[in-house]
Unconditional design. Sequence first.
Length: 236
Amino acid sequence: CVNTIGVNINTASSSLLSYVSGIGSKLADNIITYRNEYGAFKSRNDIKKVTRLGAKAFEQGAGFLRIKNAKNPLDDSAVHPESYAIVGKMVKVTGVKVVDLIGNGAVLQKIDLQKYITNTVGLPTLQDIIKELEKPGLDPRKKAKVFTFNQNIKTINDLREEQLLPGIINNITNFGCFVDIGIKESGLVHVSNLSDKFVSDVNEIVNLHQQVIVKVLSIDIPRKRIQLKLHNKKQG
């Protein structure tokens, strides 16, 4: 999900931002409001300026909110701001620039983590930081995997039968699952449309907040109902 790959805070929709750990729908709307009033976020520190986004939400979500072309390359990485100082020490010792560390597994695996263990930072934490650094930033040249809804679909009226759309599963029931496709209405994938085979348990096929590709089967605009079919599960 988005907590694996991260989202671009300057382009993500409110719906997509709401899936980020610690954010939710209200803070997602506040992020959009901030963006509209003050323009693009220039650093992760700017995120703290969002109305009602407190220390806890920042702690949980900052590592998943990416800022492309930020002054600090780590703002476009999976590394949490709390770990920036440690990465800074690694840069000094290795002589490798931060931008060259991100997504560079060959260099990262050569770093002797024992040198960075302190009374407050243990080996498990350092190993987590390396894993975060191994994930590429939102640079298309590094082929980062970034989830986005179809930007051409603004309302239910934009939908057409047979369309393939990216979505996020936002509710699972006994009779199927509902998928957020980036508009007000979620679409239903009936249990019979989850697989070509018989499905006895929906949870064996899909997970909450999982990213999927769905096909539009039918649209009932007056009743605001969308019928979907699971086309191809995406990783994450």
